[in-house]
Design a protein around this ligand. Structure first.
Ligand code: PRP
Length: 174
């Protein structure tokens, strides 16, 4: 599968975002909330490039026919473990696609009254958006191509591929 972003390119962008976050939150601490499972690897790397204190938590959601159904029902399967009231929170995603997942999660997290709430995503596919939502920190904007690796899967495999690769369109069912 052709490489879209190499390990080195990913590491460089993650470092840059980590530095930006460290500047933006200088003197405070952050809670990183990863959306399972895709975001696990990006979160693991990002957290280690951030020089201000940061802790992590994870949520899991299930979505129904996300690509086809514009109602985009999203259901929470696993909630955060620790309270985030009054804390600076960054939701961490591997990919921002239609935006339905992050819109839902943002609404949910805001109910917990964090001091602030931002979004960091490894990949952003702006042309796929169904609801208006933007990330505050984006490693790479990409066109509407199916990608795997660096946490992203095809039928649960390839998450461990260290670079981000293009999955063949004819196999992706596009
Ligand atoms: C992917 C990704 C986001 C969501 C983005 O998750 O991790 O959570 O889709 O899509 P959206 O912007 O259209 O809502 P997926 O359901 O593939 O689960 P995974 O993270 O376990 O791979």
């Amino acid at each position: 599968m052709d490489i879209l972003f190499t390990q080195a390119e990913i590491a460089q962008r993650v470092r840059e975002i980590g530095e930006e976050i460290s500047r933006d939150y200088a003197g405070s601490s952050i809670v990183l909330i990863g959306v399972l499972k895709g975001a696990a690897i990006f979160l693991a790397d990002l957290s280690r490039t951030i020089t201000v204190d940061n802790t992590f938590d994870f949520v899991a959601v299930s979505s129904y026919g996300r690509a086809r159904v514009s109602s985009g029902a999203v259901k929470l399967i696993k909630d955060i473990d620790n309270p985030i009231e009054g804390k600076h929170v960054i939701l961490v995603e591997d990919i921002l696609d239609t935006g339905l997942t992050l819109s839902y999660l943002r609404g949910l997290m805001l109910q917990h009254k964090p001091a602030s709430l931002k979004i960091a995503t490894c990949l952003d596919k702006p042309e796929r958006r169904l609801v208006p939502i933007e990330a505050d920190y984006v490693a790479f904007k990409i066109p509407n191509r199916f990608v795997i690796g660096y946490g992203m899967d095809y039928a649960e495999i390839y998450r461990n591929v260290p670079d981000i690769r293009l999955f063949p369109e004819e196999l992706a069912g596009h």
